[in-house]
Design a protein around this ligand. Structure first.
Ligand code: HEM
Length: 382
């Protein structure tokens, strides 16, 4: 009997002790400081930014705020990834959205106006001025204007540029202009072939650019004759006016330097697009611009931002070049009688040469030849 009482007593005491400990534990856990202490274990970044350092997000675990986490992701914070491409750690890159809307919006629009404007102006010029004729008529003599190597360099540059221009414009406008005309399949094929042509012919363009630079730079340095030529607008708008010029007149010098500087810039930005994420042209350039002009352009750019700026700049330079070259092609073919021969056979009519490059003819008397006889009614070379 006694033994049973002792057993009952012990059991009651045990239950009361367990209840007391449980109660005390609940009070301790509910104390305000206790929760903070646990949060303090989480990395600092997790509390306000996207998780870095392997922290797990989510209110469910009580470690961080979902809102803060996604806000940080949206603002482009880069997290950690275990794959080699660390760029994958940026889930959302807002500048990408800005790039896309500039490229497909104002850039494409203004570029199309520039192209259309150039074509309209050339059409107007042709309508008003007509073809610029050899005023003294074709002569019975020619003068060697460009050697074979010069023509080779020019045509390598020209043919590659024209194909680069067409395939590039297809990337910008093809889906709106070409695709509805020829259908998805043909457009896809042309665009894919065009992409390869664009990539590989870029090297021919760069080689041509180097060639014409080396061969012609000394003839394109500005001199006093350019001032007179420019003041008279090269006689382009008036008949019987032929300001003296050496091998290249001021207008051609402008074309030459536009091609050299524009082509160099086009090549650099194209190179950066071909070998992506390897260059930092813009951060460095912005730094120099800031230093020179006191501007506050960003000097820390991610490789992705560099790429986006490269693409925009490549398009701007390409459109500029296409406009300049449209004018050049016009004047070198349809717009001026006798001009094309310079890059065709290399021999130009002597009267043409005297009208457009009188000072150069004076220095090259030894390069004058009897004409081939198929140049129309010959007139004495004046
Ligand atoms: C069908 C296309 C083209 C034609 C018919 C053409 C025609 C000509 C001709 C006739 C000349 C010599 C002018 C002279 O005797 O003074 C010339 C020069 C030149 N061409 Fe072209 N060309 C074409 C395309 C290009 C392209 C695409 C480029 C560059 C991307 C280019 C760049 C130059 C340069 C820099 C010169 C020397 C400077 C000048 O004369 O303006 N050409 N071209």
């Amino acid at each position: 009997m006694d033994g049973n009482r002792i057993k009952t007593f012990d059991l009651n005491a045990l239950w009361r002790a367990v209840a007391l400990v449980g109660f005390l534990l609940a009070i301790v856990l509910a104390l305000p400081g206790h929760g903070n202490a646990q949060q303090g274990l989480a990395p600092k970044a997790v509390q306000s930014e996207a998780p870095t350092g392997g922290a797990v997000p989510g209110e469910a675990l009580g470690l961080t705020s979902d809102t803060d986490y996604w806000r940080a992701v949206r603002s482009g914070v880069q997290g950690n990834v275990s794959i080699p491409d660390k760029k994958a750690g940026t889930l959302i890159q807002s500048e990408g959205e800005a790039w896309r809307s500039i490229r497909n919006g104002p850039l494409s629009l203004y570029a199309s106006w520039a192209l259309l404007g150039t074509i309209v102006l050339l059409g107007l010029f042709y309508a008003i001025r007509g073809r610029i004729r050899i005023e003294h008529g074709p002569s019975d003599k020619t003068i060697t204007r460009f050697k074979a190597v010069e023509r080779f360099g020019h045509w390598m540059l020209a043919v590659s540029f024209i194909i680069l221009g067409l395939t590039g414009l297809n990337v910008l406008y093809g889906r709106y202009v070409l695709k509805p005309l020829i259908g998805d399949g043909a457009f896809g094929f042309i665009t894919q072939v065009g992409k390869y042509l664009h990539n590989y012919l870029a090297f021919a363009f760069m080689a041509g650019l180097v060639m014409i630079f080396v061969m012609w730079v000394k003839h394109n340095l500005p001199d006093r004759t350019d001032v007179k030529w420019l003041l008279q607008a090269g006689g382009l708008f008036s008949k019987n006016l032929h300001p003296p010029a050496k091998k290249f007149n001021a207008g051609q010098k402008l074309i030459f330097w536009s091609v050299i500087i524009g082509g160099f810039s086009l090549s650099l930005s194209g190179w950066a697009l071909m070998f992506p994420f390897t260059t930092h042209f813009f951060a460095g350039t912005f730094g120099k611009i800031n230093m020179l002009f006191g501007t506050e352009l960003p000097t820390v750019l991610s490789v992705l931002q560099e790429q986006q700026l490269n693409q925009l700049w490549h398009t701007v330079m390409a459109i500029f070049m296409v406009c300049v070259i449209l004018a050049h092609i016009y004047i070198g073919s349809l717009g001026m009688e006798g001009a094309f021969d310079a890059m065709g056979t290399g021999e130009v009519d002597l009267n043409w040469a005297k009208e457009h490059h009188s000072l150069w003819v004076e220095e090259h008397q030894g390069d004058i030849h009897q004409g081939s006889g198929d140049r129309g009614t010959p007139q004495p070379a004046e």
